[in-house]
Design a protein around this ligand. Sequence first.
Ligand code: ZN
Ligand code: ZN
Length: 364
Amino acid sequence: MSSFVGRRKKLRDLIREANADALLVTNFTNVTYLTGFTGDDSYLLVTLDGETLITDPRYTTQLEEEYPGLALEIREPGVKMLTAVVKVLTAVRPARLGLEGNSATIAFERALAKEFPKTEIVATDGLVERLRLVKDKTEVDATRVACTQAKRAYDVVRASLTGSMTELEVAAELEYRARRFGATSLSFPAIVATGPRSALPHARPTNRKLGESDFTLIDWGVNSGLYMSDLTRIIVTGRISPKLRKIYEIVLKAQLAAIDAIRPGRTCEQVDSVARRIITKAGYGKAFGHGLGHGTGLEIHEAPRLAVGQETKLQPGMIVTVEPGIYVPGWGGVRIEDDVLVTRTGHEVLTDVPKQLEDCVLAS
Ligand code: ZN
Ligand code: ZN
């Protein structure tokens, strides 16, 4: 059984649990998860005994080749998505139809209600997302590839870095190298932030030169096709000031302790609190203003979130980032980020880029 068939089978159980006879999947990423099909503008109707992909003619050839078993409703040019959905639903006539509450619009729901007055339409809450929480082997393998490609790109870029390169140039090099190593793209525009700019957790690269500051924060990741990686490292281009050493060691200690705490049964909040306690005890609690980490997968930020108030329990197959940081306005920020797989007995760190402070010093 292909992994997609298995996923749709699991989804049927959730549709039954939600007391519905069908779910119209309107979130394109969820459609990809359930079919492997990556074209956008496509919906998937999943009933208790089948499924139909509603798509347009741009994709017909691709679909017939790649997914011979999938029932298709091809929307001819000029035919609205709603019209195609109505056609498919007319053949099925579910008594209770689930819509994805986080994706379908109110206008769409009202239009369907008008067409099918006898159908009860229910808003479902993250049914497919619940399945996406735990990765199967195919997904873990694809994430491993994304992690390796990210490391290889970084290694090459790092070996050729000089203080006269700008943040923008480093970001461009990372993307180019990642693609040369087989990545489809970066997971997100790389953050390359020198000195004080690294205090902004989502800094955009500028024309500042690396040599203008003592250190640079690089946050990058790679999309290996469908699955993503996400890492952060510091590169020291100047001297290691006592302050940099102190803050770096606190962040590293917090990150290693949090990774160590990852195992099935722990809640996301518990893992976050391991890092938060260390940073708070060192006097920088207020300078760690974001959650400890997030899931990665088809999207760069997905469930679960390692953060205060998140009671989700970790399960084998979840993949999360662990990325504590300390940000001091005007001085800079230190964040260290790795991707971690929850295993049956504990965890496995999927990213493998050295992170002791001495490893981060650019040899001059
Ligand atoms: Zn990141
Ligand atoms: Zn991240």
